[in-house]
Design a protein around this ligand. Structure first.
Ligand SMILES: NC(=O)c1ccc[n+]([C@@H]2O[C@H](COP(=O)([O-])OP(=O)(O)OC[C@H]3O[C@@H](n4cnc5c(N)ncnc54)[C@H](OP(=O)(O)O)[C@@H]3O)[C@@H](O)[C@H]2O)c1
Length: 291
């Protein structure tokens, strides 16, 4: 099977490149990366030309504008990348009969009743979630052979990455306070077990929505406090705040997150718990410090 990973220069896409190994060709958009090919998914001709060249049997598509605040203030950009860009890639997959794996989010849901099962009814409350839902619908309309991978709060050790845990490590080391929402709940997901699970699901015959997230359901502040403890930092720099106090542009689901149980039952890969994932982050962080 030949695999094309769109958005391989990103946090999740980079880990997918590791998981799929030599079977994969990857793309970047602005972050020029050795071994990856440049692609802007908002350009349908460029998408088609690349797909024609690579002739993948599987297209994995984590590329997005995933910045929730930016999507709220720049909705046209969000629409162009998240909706039109995804439809461009899905159309190219349909044309050559490739299986298609699209990355979506727990922000499809309003956060009144999380964690949500794959058949829960979406009700997004901000631009990012509305656009990711519209993209899901485009994928369903265009292709039968698709997987919609909904994820939440992905974390991992990634020296140049921007995920929540890397932000926490940076603040702890610099001795800076970190305001953390105490009323937003989710299902934190360790990036390496996510990538392994997605590889397994992509090579299976499952179709439709799957939730390969971590098994724990907890608030952002509880996750941050557990991370501080397991990574060896005094948690004094963590400052719990309500979402209202944080005055973000985009509304966040409060009881968000997605439920992994039906997806875990399809898999031999075990989705790491918060304590298991953070223990691996600790080993990687310590190894990096002594390198
Ligand atoms: N991380 C999370 O916690 C989380 C949670 C829920 C859902 N998700 C979803 O999971 C997916 C991966 O997220 P991530 O955290 O890995 O995001 P990320 O690190 O920001 O990566 C985004 C990727 O998309 C590429 N990209 C952006 N605009 C593009 C364009 N116009 N054409 C082609 N490629 C473009 C970027 O390329 P360059 O960097 O080279 O420009 C990058 O490779 C997204 O679909 C996101 O919505 C993530």
């Amino acid at each position: 099977m030949s695999v094309l990973i769109i958005g391989a220069s990103g946090f999740v896409g980079g880990e997918l490149m590791n998981a799929f190994g030599r079977a994969a060709v990857g793309t970047y958009h602005r972050t020029a990366t050795d071994g990856l090919q440049q692609l802007d998914i908002t350009d349908p001709d460029a998408v088609e030309a690349l797909v024609d060249r690579v002739q993948p049997t599987l297209i994995v598509h984590p590329a997005a504008q995933p910045n929730v605040e930016r999507c709220e203030t720049e909705p046209d950009e969000s629409y162009a990348v998240n909706v039109v860009g995804t439809a461009n890639v899905a159309r190219a997959a349909r044309r050559i009969g490739a299986r298609f794996v699209y990355f979506s989010t727990d922000y499809l849901f309003d956060g009144t009743a999380g964690p949500y099962a794959p058949d829960a009814v979406p009700k997004p409350i901000q631009t990012y979630g509305r656009h990711k839902l519209e993209a899901e619908q485009a994928v369903r309309d265009l292709l039968d052979n698709h997987l919609i991978v909904r994820i939440c709060g992905v974390y991992g050790y990634h020296p140049t990455g921007k995920n929540f845990i890397m932000g926490l490590i940076g603040r702890a080391r610099r001795g800076e306070p970190m305001q953390v929402p105490a009323d937003q709940w989710g299902t934190p997901t360790f990036v390496s077990s996510l990538a392994e699970a997605v590889r397994e699901l992509a090579y299976s015959t499952h179709t439709g929505a799957v939730h390969p997230v971590g098994p724990d359901y907890l608030s952002r502040i509880a996750f941050a406090e557990t991370a501080a403890e397991l990574l060896g930092f005094d948690p004094g720099f963590l400052e719990p705040r309500t979402s209202e106090q944080l005055r973000q542009h985009a509304q966040r689901p409060l009881k968000g997150g997605v439920d992994n149980r039906s997806t875990q039952a399809m898999l031999t890969t075990r989705l790491a718990s918060v304590r298991e994932g953070l223990a691996i982050v600790r080993r990687q962080m310590d190894a990096d410090a002594t390198a």
